[in-house]
Design a protein around this ligand. Structure first.
Ligand code: ATP
Ligand code: MG
Length: 653
């Protein structure tokens, strides 16, 4: 990417913060000034949002980069901060979690309930011999016990490694081995797409693999009541047998701020997942602050809902640690957006009066495809801030979200961050920023991000390059678990002294940041760098296109040729001449150089289980190679369907 990204998506729509929100916003423009004047002082102030058993006197130790220590002489307990202190402050009767199961069952847990449950689970872990520092793997559906289990681990100082419940036994085994887990917490099963799906067999299978021998116990929650569950005496124990009989009081011990809180594997969009290590004090400080600032959370009146799975970092930071540290009331939903009907999410918003919603672009694009009439059937007037995370959000999807979900009132905050960053890094603030559809815009107060060229020079406004973070931040990863060298090589070697995020970005004329997709995905066409994100957004801005994925495939004439895979909107047929029209549409939006050589309408796109498009697999297809690592792909059959669509596929049969 030696030259600026060739094309600039023209997006002129602007949305001012609503006056009412701005007048009472948790964070105003002064925060940027304060953080700029004294970055470490700013974070030291945010750390005081937490309860410390020993207040830190040091903020940052960066004497051995890239190994950071934040608040190193402070001591605290993460679970105490997320639960007990709210009860002690007199908010024990406040609802912490409105749980909505996929079959329609529901449960309400107040902070007082949560304190009892977490204490019991912590006592159970201790009875099973779990000690501070032992790793615990958690492989559960989206049920309250998942949150309880994570907090119980944090309470006894045992770093958890949550593995998404949709993963196979092999993927689970790899993560158990890598983290050397001592206990696995799982369930008989969970509900997914209208039926019970078993989890325990995958654990049994995983524990037959070499390198998992350290697992002493499997703690099993009964969720689905499946009967033919296999049982290993002495190893397997029911949650209700062990946890329910424990005393509901437990005195939390405090740990060093740098005590490991969890390991979490990245989603695998660009390759083999990495085990990211997060520690306690800095992580909790940043997730609590960003949740307070980006969602403008008013814990007494808001109902927050982050739709992510707890198996991803979004679930860790914005279902568990951020909202609960802030004493929020939140929704926890077990199922998918389209079960039993395509309005399920909107029904839940109406039922609980959700005010703050945090979702991924993939779900928004799916809703666009299903039709505007579905959300229109529900009362969504409680909503006041809408968040997006996980991928670049195409401007058309952003505008649809604001219009059809937010009733044209709500700010949309497009939040850029990663498993590695632990918390939100770049985002508008709902009471401050004039928003631009498709742009994450500005680094959070206290965060330093910029865009550089190949030689590490900051690019001028109006140009593109690589996104880098120029100063350490509290919730930064501390290393790749067990592999310091990979930590250094992956993030700190590309640009001296700066964190390389692996994402392409541009700065617009105002200096606002636009994410342009993975660096590995940027296309080189006849000497021009072209961003996959911009071509996809141009395609999605055509009324017939709901989703698009674009890759550069090797081409003898142009180095790479743009190959687009599109999902058409509900009512758009695969009309004669449509692909030609779409090519012309992209050329008009971005210039002729960005015109796709090939456009293939497909029914589905390959996605990670966290909902991100896996372009590297499409590139493998377009270049007729064997597919790379597919362990984090949702549905492998999607690839067969796509392969069958390729010109030339027929002749191979
Ligand atoms: P792996 O690193 O294993 O390939 P991954 O990067 O998909 O997996 P995550 O940490 O879950 O794993 O995702 C972080 C990435 O998601 C970012 O680097 C970025 O590419 C993308 N992303 C997240 N939020 C946004 C956003 N608001 N705008 C654009 N891209 C985003
Ligand atoms: Mg990544």
């Amino acid at each position: 990417m030696s030259e600026a990204i060739a094309n600039m998506l023209k997006e002129e729509r602007r949305f001012a913060p609503p006056a009412g929100l701005a007048a009472h916003a948790n964070v105003d423009a002064a925060a940027y000034e304060q953080a700029k004047a004294d970055r470490l002082g700013f974070w030291a102030t945010q750390a005081r949002r937490l309860s410390w058993s020993k207040e830190p006197t040091e903020t940052l130790d960066w004497s051995n980069p890239p190994f950071a220590k934040w608040f190193a002489d402070g001591k605290l307990n993460a679970a105490y901060n997320c639960v007990d202190r709210h009860v002690e402050a007199g908010n024990g009767e406040r609802v912490a979690i409105h749980f909505e199961g996929e079959p329609g069952d529901s449960r309400t847990l107040t902070y007082a309930d949560l304190q009892k449950e977490v204490s019991r689970a912590a006592n159970a872990l201790l009875e099973l011999g779990v000690k501070a520092g032992d790793r615990v793997a958690i492989y559960l559906p989206m049920i309250p016990e998942t949150v309880v289990a994570m907090l119980a681990c944090a309470r006894v100082g045992a770093p958890h490694s949550v593995v998404f419940g949709g993963f196979s036994g092999d993927a689970l085994a790899a993560r158990i081995q890598d983290a050397d887990a001592r206990v696995v917490i799982t369930a008989d099963g969970g509900y997914r797409k209208g039926g019970a799906s078993a989890l325990k067999p995958a654990v049994d299978e995983a524990l037959t693999k070499p390198g998992t021998e350290e697992v002493r116990n499997v703690l099993v929650v009964r969720r689905t009541g499946q009967e033919d569950i296999s049982w290993t005496e002495g190893r397997d124990v029911w949650w209700h047998d062990v946890v329910d009989r424990q005393p509901d009081e437990h005195t939390p011990q405090s740990f060093d701020a740098e005590h490991p809180l969890f390991i979490l594997y990245t989603s695998g969009t660009t390759g083999k997942p990495k085990g990211i290590l997060h520690t306690t004090g800095g992580y909790l400080t940043q997730v609590a602050y960003t949740h307070h600032a980006v969602f403008d959370l008013k814990p007494e009146s808001d109902v927050f809902w982050c739709t992510a799975d707890v198996g991803w970092v979004t679930g860790h930071s914005y279902i568990v640690y951020g909202p609960l540290a802030n004493g929020a009331t939140e929704v926890l939903y077990e199922g998918t957006p389209d079960t039993p009907h395509k309005g399920r999410w909107w029904e839940i918003v109406e039922k609980y009066g959700v005010t703050l919603l945090y979702a991924a672009p993939t779900a928004i694009r799916a809703s666009m495809k299903w039709g505007d009439d579905i959300p229109a059937k529900f009362d969504l007037s409680s909503l006041r801030v809408l968040g997006s995370v996980g991928e670049p959000i195409n401007p058309e999807a952003w505008v649809w979200y604001r219009h059809h979900i937010g009733g044209n009132r709500t700010p949309v905050v497009d939040t850029w961050w990663q498993t590695e960053t632990g918390g939100i890094m770049i985002s508008p603030l709902p009471g401050v920023t004039e928003t631009k559809p498709g742009s994450a815009q500005v680094a959070m107060p206290g965060i330093s991000a910029t865009v550089v060229d190949d030689e590490a020079n900051e690019v001028p406004n109006g140009s593109g390059g690589y996104l880098v973070l120029t100063e350490p931040w509290p919730s930064m990863l501390r290393t790749v678990w067990g592999d310091d060298q990979r930590f250094i090589d992956t993030y700190w070697s590309r640009f001296e002294g700066r964190y390389f995020a692996g994402d392409g970005a541009k700065k617009d004329e105002d200096g606002d940041i636009w994410l342009l997709g993975r660096v590995d995905d940027v296309m080189l066409v006849s000497g021009h760098n072209i961003s996959t994100t911009e071509v996809e957004s141009a395609l999605v801005s055509h009324p017939s296109v709901a989703e698009a994925a674009v890759v550069g495939a090797t081409d003898p004439q142009t180095t790479q040729a743009i190959c687009a895979f599109v999902i058409l909107r509900g009512d758009a047929a695969e009309a004669e001449g449509l692909t030609e029209e779409l090519r012309a549409h992209v050329a008009k939006q971005l210039g002729p150089i960005a015109k796709p050589k090939q456009i293939l309408p497909v029914a589905e796109l390959p996605k990670t289980r966290s909902g991100k498009i896996m372009r590297r697999l499409l590139r493998d297809v377009a270049e007729q190679r064997t597919l790379g690592d597919v362990s984090t792909l949702t549905d492998a059959s999607v690839m067969d369907l796509i392969q069958a669509k390729l010109p030339g596929a027929a002749s191979e049969d």
